[in-house]
Design a protein. Sequence first.
Length: 258
Amino acid sequence: MIRRAALVTGSTSGIGLGIAKALAGAGYDIMLNGFATAPQIQALVSDLSSCGIRAEYNAADMSKPAEIRSLVKATTDTFERIDVLVNNAGIQHVARTDVFPEDKWDSILAINLSAAFHTTKAVLPHMEKEGWGRVINVASVHGRVASEGKCAYVAAKHGLIGLTKVVALENANAGITANAICPGWVETPLVLQQVAARAAAAGISEAEAAERIVGEKQPMKRFTPPSSIGALAVFLCSDAAGTITGSEQLIDGGWLAQ
Ligand code: NAD
């Protein structure tokens, strides 16, 4: 049986790694991407390969369109196919809009939004040829609602949901689905950075800062583990999810129920 292949951007850490592990466990070959040291990359590749699939790594910087195109080419050259695209790489910067650094705005928009356009554009012809494909965009509750201090992030995530819907409509009868996953708080380095900043600013422990940060927005006062996001991604790739397209999959501890 032919093994399907998945490209997961930003998969050396956090949610992307959770998704890569879950897809590897479900039998997909994996192209990893993101920043990490050489020994870390080697450990990740060997960990995923132990699932009996082929795992490879590409260091493309997702803020650079030419590198993104090379990443997609490297994936199709390596696996001779690309069935699943997970646009996950993302960064954050927190500051009020009137003092938000312009370079941070540019890089958040490039990595969290434009990168998904460039990957999708390059990947769609391969999916169209196969008559099957899954595009999964890791958005956020911040693709649906705002929080103070996150102008670039909220703008990018709202944009990513818009892109998801267009890709879903354009490919509705091509065997290709496009969906957004919208997590609330997930315990990853990106969030632990915000927890540390809050702890330092308020002179409290990181555990207390984490409890405050999660509790302010989520009725459910606990983080979602990256493995749960991975399990949701695997479901979206299944045949049972074949008519789920253009959707925003909330996995947010009740955040948007309020
Ligand atoms: P993380 O910091 O743990 O991981 C981010 C990944 O992206 C890493 O692999 C990193 O190397 C990679 N990356 C960053 N810049 C890159 C670049 N220029 N080129 C290539 N790779 C790059 O963060 P995370 O929390 O796992 O976030 C992953 C995604 O999930 C992001 O899109 C984020 O917005 C989204 N998200 C996170 C949460 C949360 O609570 N953690 C909630 C909602 C959405």
